[in-house]
Structures are given as structure tokens and as C-alpha cells.
Design a protein around this ligand. Structure first.
Ligand code: BGC
Length: 584
């Protein structure tokens, strides 16, 4: 794995040589400036949220699975990143049929990951260092081990217990064919037959039966769950598959084939993004507003940009993920459009935009940007890119990391909140070569082994250069780590001022200190491959998406993703500058 090597003479010794500097500590702006951590209700608007995938973050008891005490042990590290919140992916009891998004009990902790008392400790310890806690809530489906599903199977057709889910009789002689032709999001059919002959719907794996959100008990129970975790110190919720809860299942069911299939007029797809879903979130909002500050929520809603503001409404969840940046290719025009559209959309609802480059479902951006890219095309984010026969498309990891660093600096300069995924601060690449017998993601088996799935971005973090799992735990980790992980470990990068970890730390600390209002002015130059904008306070971000160096605008360079020299911004690089008159 490539890590930048830098000539020490390029480092900033004083503000005077700013145009040739690379990382200047944020402390240069002076002491005693206000901290960005708010106690107020708007803390989320420009928060930096760091996603922890608990099973792969830190393992405190050596069983190979990360756990809550592992996260607690790494709070000093999290605090050193200058983040505002941690988002914990599911830590609930689960058979892990889908990485924990198959929840057995919404109000407990998987005993392999800890206990409720550990969650309380985690929340208290994060709060003590000024970091908020966001948890994942999975309302579209339970697991098939949830007590409700067991009751539904036992109670039989037509029962109240079955009405909490979506059971239907099948088609054809004896009802032997599924009620519709729908294929699940993870491969294979979206219906599974139970012993008495009925079928249940699962938009994801068979272990994730979909809930019936027309059922009053389902609705009430989730309100109780939101209160439960809010009382346990959760400051906010990330809402899984937020666009899927309301469904039109009037018969005959539409032919949809392989899901998601989205070719429907807005709001009229039987399964996704129906307007009625917002009635559910209006109720949730009432619960959030029972707390002070109100609990926050962010919708995971894969919907068209124009529909996203509905989820981000102040009467609803308040914020919605925008995956457009993640899906954009390395292309100045695409980035500009995505940024402009999303800022306008968020403003429309009084929300703030969200920005994401990596998460637990997509290829890490340091790898994505190293794959061949045809201008005008989206970036290859899907889990199917690495084929099970071991072939992979031509990949330039060096270029990928260089662009990833540039994209991150650009993202961190945008108004709104930035969501980071664990390990991206190490510049981690996707792990392509997980042996078939170690693969956990159901996408692998349900695609008949044609797609490896998402494990490549979920491999446990390397903390130290050596050790049985590079400091993740005292034994081997639940997903195998490659040998190159040691060289990119936290410890290996922590003291290297040129490492990606140092770049993130410096950038996040500058972002906190600059703390600009939610405004952005585009600065149009002659070169279409350059994206330049200015934030209040004289903070500029300039990204050169091309290959050839371009001349930097006036200002003092405080940080850049690759070294800048003599007023030139090299290709595939972002620099942050401050107007000279604003420098202390
Ligand atoms: C989560 C995935 C999960 C799916 C089903 C997604 O949006 O991020 O990891 O497989 O929901 O719960």
C-alpha cells in the first residue's frame, strides 16, 4: 500500500512559507477559539460523524469480534480525530445473517459485543469527551429470530401475530409459486415459503422478514424503542432503508422483477419512497422532540435527489443521506452538480446536507478512485466489482489514494455534515482477496458466488504494525486481515506527519476551528477541471481534478492533500487556503 513520502523541506515552518506548505497545524490560527461542539439543538447541522462498524473496530476480549468495550478503549483515538459524533452500526443480538442488520431484539446488546451497561458506559464516556452517539435503527425488517417472527410462524395464517409481517398466499396450483416475481436486494427471490404454505416478504435476505408498517403495534413498538435508546443516551438515529417502510401491497401485486427497479413516477413505486412513509416519521419526530436537545435522525434513503428533502424535513427525520458524491466519478463537473443540487435541496427544507464517500456497504473510496473511470460515468461503488474467480479490474492504488485524499479534503470543506467510515482516515483500500470460505456477506452466497459482496470494506481495523490481528484484538479477527495492514496501522501512521491519518487529523482540526456558516460561494476559473469554492471566513477549497498542475489562487495554503510547490496545485489534489487578510 502506498503512503506518501514527503521531503521534510516541504513542510511549513512559518506562515511566511505558506504557499509551499502541506500540513500546517490548525493551532496556527491562534489559541482559545471556540470549540465546534454544541450543546444546542443544531449540533448535527455541520457535524463530523464517524461510523464505527462495531464488530470490526476493536476487540477487547480476544474472541475475534469487535465489541463495545473495544470502542470504549479507543475513545482517546476517536477524540484525537476532532469528530463530533460516532455512529454505531447495529450492535443488537443477531445471527449476523446480514452483518447485524438482522436484529433479534431492538432493545438489547449482542452478548458477544457486551451488555446494556457497556452501552451506557460507552455513551457516558463519549459524552465526557464531547462526542455524541448515533445508533442504527433497522425498521424495515426484523430478523427471523425475533420473538415476533417466531410468534407469527406459530400462530398461523390470518393471525394478529402474522399481521406484523407481510404474509401472503402463493400463486398457482396449491399456492406453490411466490405471490409475485420480486427478487430480493441481496439476490434470490424476495419471498420465502413457511411450512403451512404461506409466503413472507423479505426485501433483503430470508433471515430479514419485512415488517408491516400498517400495523399499529409495529408502529408503537418502534416509538418505544426510540425512547428506550434516547433514555440510554443515544443522541440520534441512522434510519436503515428509510424509504422502504410504506408499501402498497394491494392485489394483484405488480410485476417488478429484480429489485430495486425504480422506473415509476415519483412516489408511486409499490415498495419504495411512498409519500405515506412520512406519516411514520412525523410520529417519530414527536418522540425526538420530547428530548432536550431533540434527538436527531438521518435517513438512509436511496431516492432521487429531488425526493430527498422530504426525508430531511424538520417535521420528519431532519436529515437524509446524500450518496451522490459517493456515486460521482472523479470528475469536476459531476462534483459541482452534486454539490449544488444537494445544497439547494437541503436548503429547501431548512436542513443541512450530508456528505459521504465511504461506508460499510460500498467499495472504499481509496480503491474506487483507482479503478478505470470513463468521464461522465458514475464511480463503480457496487459490491460486485471483484469477481469470485479472483479477477479484478485494472487498479491503480496509488492514484486511488491520491484522489481519495483530495476528495476527502473537498468534502470536509463543504457546508453540512460529513460522515466518515472507520478506516478511511488510514487511507485503507478495499481488501480484495478474502478467501471464499471466510466470506460473510450474504451477497456472495445469494449471487451464486458471482459477487464477493461487502466484506472487503469491513475487515477489522489495524491498530499496530504487528500482532495476531494488528492490535485489533489478542487473537485472529473474524475476517482475515491482509499482511499489508500492518504498514497502514494507526500506530504506523500516527507519528508520520505525512500519513493519511495525519491529514485527516489536521483537516478535521482546521474544520473545527474555521467553523464557517453554512454558505458556499463558487469561484469560477477558466479551467473546467478545477473546483474552487469559498466559505465564510475566507476559507477556500480548490481541487484539481485534472493531471496537469494549475496555478493556485491567492491566499495562504494551510493544508493540501499532496504537496504543493511554488503556487502550483498538482493534479488530483485539493488545497485549502485562507485569504491572507484573514490570517492571524
Ligand atoms: C444497510 C445494509 C443492509 C441493508 C438491509 C442497508 O441499507 O446499510 O448493510 O444490508 O440495509 O438492512
Amino acid at each position: 500500500m502506498f503512503l506518501f513520502r514527503q521531503d521534510p523541506t516541504r513542510r511549513c515552518a512559518s506562515p511566511g512559507d505558506a504557499r509551499d506548505c502541506w500540513h500546517r497545524p490548525a493551532a496556527d490560527l491562534g489559541q482559545g477559539q471556540a470549540d465546534t461542539r454544541h450543546a444546542d439543538a443544531d449540533w448535527w447541522r455541520q457535524a463530523v460523524v464517524y461510523q464505527v462498524y462495531p464488530r470490526s473496530f476493536a476487540d477487547s476480549d480476544g474472541d475475534g469480534l469487535g465489541d463495545l468495550r473495544g470502542v470504549i478503549s479507543r475513545i482517546p483515538y476517536l477524540a484525537s480525530l476532532s469528530i463530533d459524533a460516532v455512529w454505531l452500526s447495529p450492535f443488537y443480538p443477531s445471527a449476523l445473517a446480514d452483518g447485524g442488520y438482522d436484529v433479534d431484539d431492538y432493545r438489547d446488546v449482542d452478548p458477544r459485543l457486551g451488555s446494556l451497561a457497556d452501552f451506557d458506559d460507552l455513551a457516558a464516556n463519549l459524552h465526557a469527551v464531547g462526542i455524541k452517539v448515533i445508533i442504527d435503527i433497522v425498521p424495515n425488517h426484523t430478523s427471523n429470530r425475533h420473538s415476533w417472527f417466531a410468534e407469527a410462524l406459530a400462530a398461523g395464517r390470518g393471525s394478529a401475530a402474522r399481521d406484523r409481517y407481510i404474509f401472503r398466499d402463493g400463486n398457482g396450483p396449491g399456492g406453490a409459486r411466490p405471490p409475485s416475481d420480486w427478487g430480493s436486494m441481496i439476490g434470490g427471490p424476495a419471498w420465502t415459503r413457511v411450512p403451512d404454505g404461506q409466503w413472507y416478504l423479505h426485501l433483503f435476505t430470508p433471515e430479514q422478514p419485512d415488517l408491516n408498517w400498517s400495523n399499529r403495534e409495529v408502529r408503537d413498538d418502534f416509538l418505544a424503542t426510540l425512547r428506550f435508546w434516547s433514555d440510554h443516551g443515544a443522541d440520534g438515529f441512522r434510519v436503515d432503508v428509510a424509504h422502504g417502510l410504506a408499501k402498497d401491497l394491494t392485489e394483484p401485486l405488480a410485476d417488478l422483477g429484480q429489485l430495486p427497479r425504480t422506473a415509476f413516477p415519483p412516489g408511486s413505486h409499490p415498495l419504495w419512497d411512498r409519500d405515506e412513509v412520512h406519516e411514520i416519521y412525523a410520529q417519530w419526530r414527536q418522540v425526538f422532540n420530547e428530548y432536550d436537545p431533540p434527538r436527531t435522525a438521518v435517513a438512509e434513503a436511496w431516492v432521487q435527489a429531488a425526493r430527498r428533502p422530504r426525508y430531511a424535513s424538520a417535521d420528519g427525520l431532519g436529515q437524509a443521506f446524500n450518496f451522490d458524491l459517493l456515486e460521482a466519478g472523479w470528475d469536476a463537473a459531476q462534483f459541482r452538480t452534486v454539490i449544488a443540487e444537494n445544497l439547494a435541496g437541503a436548503r429547501q427544507q431548512g436542513s443541512s446536507s450530508t456528505w459521504v464517500l465511504s461506508n460499510h456497504d460500498v467499495m472504499r473510496h481509496a480503491t474506487r478512485y483507482g479503478l478505470p473511470f470513463a468521464p461522465g460515468n458514475p464511480s463503480p461503488v457496487g459490491p460486485g466489482w471483484l469477481l469470485s474467480d479472483g479477477t479484478e479490474p485494472a487498479l491503480d492504488r496509488h492514484l486511488g489514494l491520491r484522489r481519495a485524499r483530495a476528495a476527502t479534503l473537498l468534502m470536509l470543506a463543504l457546508p453540512g455534515s460529513a460522515y466518515l467510515y472507520q478506516g478511511e482516515e488510514l487511507g485503507l483500500q478495499e481488501v480484495p482477496d478474502i478467501p471464499p470460505d471466510a466470506i460473510q456477506d450474504p451477497i456472495y452466497s445469494r449471487s451464486g458466488g458471482t459477487a464477493k459482496g461487502r466484506d472487503g470494506c469491513r475487515v477489522p481495523l489495524p491498530w499496530t504494525p504487528e500482532g495476531p490481528s494488528f492490535g485489533f484484538g489478542s487473537g485472529p479477527s473474524h475476517l482475515p486481515q491482509p499482511a499489508w495492514f500492518g504498514a497502514v496501522s494507526v500506530q504506523a501512521q500516527g507519528s508520520d506527519p505525512d500519513s493519511t491519518l495525519s491529514l485527516y487529523r489536521t483537516a478535521l482540526s482546521w474544520r473545527r476551528r474555521l467553523r464557517a456558516a453554512e454558505e458556499l460561494d463558487w469561484i469560477q476559473g477558466a479551467d473546467p477541471t478545477v473546483v474552487h469554492f469559498r466559505r465564510p471566513g475566507g476559507w477556500h477549497s480548490v481541487t484539481n481534478f485534472g493531471q496537469q498542475p494549475v496555478t493556485l489562487p491567492p491566499g495562504a495554503v494551510v493544508l493540501s492533500s499532496s504537496p504543493v510547490h511554488a503556487g502550483q496545485l498538482p493534479g488530483n489534489t485539493t488545497a485549502w487556503l485562507i485569504d491572507r487578510e484573514r490570517m492571524p
